[in-house]
Design a protein around this ligand. Structure first.
Ligand code: GUN
Length: 292
C-alpha cells in the first residue's frame, strides 16, 4: 500500500494564514509593523530565489521586509557594519543573513554579530544554547517546520525512535535536540523521542535507519535514502532539496520509499514551504519581544 503523503505545502499555507491574522492583531494593538531585514551577499542563484520567496511571503503576511544586497567581494568588515546598523535600527525586528556566505567571510563571526533578539534564524550561539537547554527563544525554522508537520498530521513523536540522518548546524543538530526535549511549544507529544543521529561516517547506516519509527533525511545527497533503509510503516521526512538534471529531488528515493513508508513528505511541497512559514512566525515573535 502506498504511503500517506504529508502535505507540507498545505500545512505551510495554514500556518501562514494563522500568522497573517496574528500579525494584523499585533499591529492593531501595538501600532508596530513587524519588519524582517534580509541580507544577501553575492549572486548564488538558489539564494536569490529563497530571498525573493521570503520577501513575497512577508508581504502576504503583513510583515515589512528589507533586502540588503551586497556584492560577492564585500569585506567581512563591511558586512559586520551593515549588521550593526540593522541591530541598532528600532524599525527592524528580524535579521536574516542568507547562507552560504562567500568563502572569505567567516560564517560564525557574522551569525554571532546578529543581535540575539533579532536572530530569527536562531543561528546565534546564545540562541542555539537556549534550544539545547530546552528553553528556546526562537526555534530554528526548518527543524520547527518538521515538528509542525508531524504534529499537525497527528504523528506522535513521544516515545518513538527518531533517526536523523545529517548533522548540519541548520537542520540535523538542532532538530535532534528539539526531538529529545521533555517538552515543546506544541506539548509533550511533539517531543520526548529517542533520538539517533547518523552522518556520512556512520557505520552500518541502513541497519540504524531501519530501526526508525520516524526517519529524517537531511544529508544533502539526492536519493540517498533507499527503500531498503526504511522500516515498513515508518514516517519519512525528507528535508533535502537537491538540484539535479531531473529537477528538484529530495534526499529520499521517493518513488521506492512510497511503497515501504507509512507516511512521507514529497519534494517539492514537503518540508520546504514550512521553512518560510516558520521564519514569519519568528519575525512576529521578535517584534513581540522588542515591543515589550
Ligand atoms: N540557507 C539555507 N537554509 C537557510 C536558512 O534557513 N537560513 C538562512 N539564513 N540561510 C539558509
Amino acid at each position: 500500500m502506498a504511503a500517506q503523503l504529508l502535505d507540507g505545502k498545505g500545512i505551510a499555507k495554514q500556518i501562514r494564514d494563522e500568522i497573517k491574522i496574528d500579525v494584523a492583531e499585533f499591529v492593531e494593538k501595538s501600532g508596530v509593523t513587524p519588519c524582517l531585514a534580509a541580507v544577501l551577499v553575492g549572486d548564488d542563484p538558489a539564494s536569490q530565489v529563497y530571498v525573493r520567496n521570503k520577501e513575497r511571503a512577508c508581504e502576504v503576511a503583513g510583515i515589512t521586509s528589507q533586502l540588503h544586497r551586497l556584492s560577492a567581494d564585500t569585506s567581512e568588515t563591511d558586512l559586520l557594519a551593515l549588521i550593526e546598523q540593522l541591530n541598532g535600527d528600532p524599525a527592524v525586528h528580524g535579521i536574516l543573513v542568507q547562507l552560504p556566505l562567500p568563502s572569505h567571510i567567516t560564517e560564525t563571526k557574522i551569525l554571532d554579530a546578529v543581535h540575539p533578539l533579532k536572530d530569527v534564524d536562531s543561528f546565534h550561539a546564545e540562541n542555539v544554547g537556549l534550544v539545547v537547554q530546552g528553553r528556546p527563544r526562537f526555534l530554528p525554522c526548518t527543524p520547527h517546520g518538521v515538528v509542525q508537520i508531524l504534529h499537525r498530521c497527528g504523528i506522535e513523536i513521544s516515545g518513538k525512535h527518531a533517526v536523523v540522518v545529517g548533522r548540519s548546524e541548520i537542520v540535523g543538530k538542532p532538530l535532534a535536540n528539539m526531538l529529545l526535549q521533555r517538552g515543546s511549544n506544541l506539548g509533550p507529544s511533539a517531543a520526548n523521542a529517542t533520538v539517533t543521529v547518523c552522518h556520512s561516517r556512520t557505520a552500518n547506516l541502513p541497519e540504524i535507519t531501519r530501526q526508525a519509527d520516524i526517519l529524517i533525511a537531511a544529508i544533502g545527497q539526492a536519493k540517498f535514502i533507499t527503500a531498503d533503509m526504511i522500516k515498513p510503516g515508518a514516517t519519512v521526512i525528507d528535508v533535502g532539496i537537491n538540484r539535479t538534471d531531473d529537477g528538484l529531488v529530495g534526499d529520499v528515493d521517493f518513488d521506492a520509499a512510497l511503497e515501504v513508508a507509512g507516511a512521507i513528505t514529497p519534494v517539492p511541497g514537503g518540508v520546504g514551504p514550512l521553512t518560510i512559514a516558520m521564519l514569519l512566525w519568528n519575525t512576529l515573535a521578535a517584534a513581540r519581544m522588542q515591543a515589550t
